[in-house]
Design a protein around this ligand. Sequence first.
Ligand code: AMP
Ligand code: ZN
Length: 448
Amino acid sequence: MDGKSVRMYSCGPTVYNFAHIGNLRTFTFVDLLRRVLAARGYTLNHVMNITDVDDKIIRDATKAGKSLTEFTRHYEAAFLDDIAELRLQQPEKLVRATEHIPDMVSFIEQLMAKGIAYESQGSTYFSINKFPGYGKLSHKDMGGLKSGARVDSDEYDKENASDFVLWKAKKEGEVFWETPIGDGRPGWHIECSCMAMKHLGETLDIHTGGIDLQFPHHENEIAQSEALSGKPFSRFWLHSEHLSVDWTKMSKSLGNIYTLRDLKGMGYTPEALRYLLASVPYRKKLNFTFDGLKAAQTSIERLRNYQLRLETAQFGSGLNAALEERSAQAAKTFDESLDDDLNTAEALAAVFEFVRDTNSAMDAGEFLAGNIAGARQLLAKFDAIFDVLQAKQEAGGISDAEVEQLVAERTAAKKARNFKRSDEIRNQLAELGVILEDTKDGVRWKRK
Ligand code: AMP
Ligand code: ZN
């Protein structure tokens, strides 16, 4: 890394449909990684591609009777909406494949000039025999490799290595570009090598993607990039494991593919999905269930209630030194867990243990006013990464600060025995979807 800046490339979405929760798991992992790096003081220089031309896109755009651009922009916008709702930070640069065609052609021409790529029937292929390091990422045994075996498809064979297509000859009725290497369109693998190197240089610090991309996509990226530059392509490769539903692969025939829109339609919040996706360390398989999603919602509510208790309850004066030590310890464990290859499960456990212990201390009157700051700091540390504490503000609705103000006014009205006013405020908030609950520690509120 050059000083404190991280050059990171993430394989982005193929925009021919709405992203499913498996895709969103991978992008949530990337968001967590970004936030942890930022929390450690790194500046991010992060690029993500939008794959807006490939076999499936062309097939489905044709079926829909739309131009490639019209079709892909629709799903690109939907993707950006989804990631915003999930509170995923946007990379510094989002780059579209179709806007880099001349760069890809030049890349391929250079590989041809080096004798590593060859033309056959109007298409251009990468000769993997010419790149001795082929297979080093996925540790595939390339013993059964058939010299000259070729694949054209973007839907790739996960078992067998073969020469892969860099440039595909034009097919009747399909979109194509007129270029010096022939009329056609780019293969999928060249997109990422080309855009990563154009925007980030010859060697990246981190490259991410879902585990299914490790072979052959990332293996092919390494081959293309290193064959061209002679330098290592990426210092670290981080792959997130897959999400399954009820331990089964998501598939159309099983009807178990969910999108964020589906879940919202069922009444779940984007925060609940964000929390659930973030709670399982990225290298572990994540089995999605609706019970898990409900549990995620409950966990968020516990933390929001705790935060409200911190803000509104009356605590005795002074500082409980043991509890202060406890919050410092929880913060340390939280950081160390994330530094341990993003162990989010342990980081969350540290927060919940602290919440449980300090809630008990509050019940027992042992939590003092001087302990509020430490607890708040831990919540802030948590939320800088997990980002679920703040409820979404509906457009035209009422902000948290405004709710707090009305709640304080109602408490004052009640104290002054002005029950007419306090009831008015309760009703006003109810109409705005805010429910009040009087507890022995004061008033708590939540949005419906
Ligand atoms: P795609 O839009 O198909 O190009 O995929 C976008 C990202 O989602 C890639 O990094 C894939 O590896 C990842 N991905 C696809 N399916 C899953 C899944 N079931 N669980 C986690 N990540 C996935
Ligand atoms: Zn890629």
